[in-house]
Design a protein around this ligand. Structure first.
Ligand code: OAD
Length: 245
């Protein structure tokens, strides 16, 4: 492992522009369940009932109750060493972008500011009538389903659901950044939702070198040059220490 970390560190030492894509595994050490795998949320809950626009139309209260349960777990969670190291890393390179699939807000809580939350944020709601986006940080929620602060209409979690398209502005800015990225690190993602693989292939076709951090087999391995097998909270601090040396 030491040798592989040194190889990855050498790539980062030579990099001016670095991007990182994180997934649920990065928050696992903060006690937040991932989606897939033996303990994953999608083993016990069905995405069709909870994370689609159809599910919300059918039963907005059920959907909000599920998010309220997750908000309760997240509210008590603290950033781990991976989030903390990533917050420091944004000042180590000329250009840096953290792209996260996570909706828990823990990167922000750890101090990251150069960040794109491509799947939304669990502390934010969006009105399905007027489109207003607003923060909903109270836990427990004072009212379920949540109502729009502007027009009083029904609001939904501001989260990308199955069958929905990525926000073109956000994903456009991510693609633009990846045009000139020297190194892309993917961490804690299964790649089962295809976006990290797609973004990784874009970056690689523009010459970026790809490092993956994950304790288990995953889809990113197919496109990455270096696979660091371990927990994000352990690998990120070791990696940073190695490239700063
Ligand atoms: P998954 O649950 O699909 O994958 C989590 C990955 O994290 C797995 O590959 C694990 O091996 C790895 N992992 C577990 N513990 C880890 C640790 N301590 N350090 C590093 N890696 C670890 O989660 P995502 O790939 O993020 O969508 O899932 C993508 C999307 O699918 C999510 O954003 C969510 C879900 O449906 C939305 O909510 C829109």
């Amino acid at each position: 492992m030491d040798e592989t970390i040194q190889k990855a560190a050498l790539i980062l030492k030579e990099s001016r522009s670095v991007a990182v894509i994180t997934g649920a595994g990065v928050s696992a050490e903060s006690g937040i369940p991932t989606f897939r795998g033996s303990e994953g949320l999608w083993r016990n809950f069905s995405p069709e009932d909870l994370a689609t626009p159809q599910a919300f139309r059918r039963d907005p209260l059920l959907v909000w109750e599920w998010y309220e349960w997750r908000r309760g777990i997240i509210k008590n969670a603290e950033p781990n060493a991976a989030h903390e190291t990533l917050a420091l890393m944004e000042n180590d390179f000329t250009d840096f972008l953290l792209i996260t699939q996570n909706v828990d807000g823990l990167h922000e809580k750890a101090g990251s500011s150069k960040i794109k939350e491509i799947h939304g944020n669990i502390w934010t709601a969006r009105c399905i009538q007027c489109g207003q986006i607003f923060r909903t940080e109270e836990h427990p929620l004072p009212e379920k389903p949540v109502k729009c602060i502007r027009c009083g209409g029904l609001a939904r979690p501001h989260i990308l659901w199955f069958g929905e398209s990525y926000d073109p502005e956000i994903i456009g800015s991510v693609h633009a950044f990846l045009e000139n990225t020297d190194c892309l690190i993917t961490a804690g993602t299964s790649g089962m939702v295809h976006i990290p693989v797609t973004l990784g292939m874009t970056a690689r076709s523009r010459g970026a070198r790809i490092i993956d951090i994950n304790p288990a087999d995953n889809e990113m391995e197919r496109i990455s040059e270096i696979n660091l097998r371990g927990k994000a909270g352990e690998i990120f601090p070791l990696l940073r220490e190695a490239y700063l040396k």
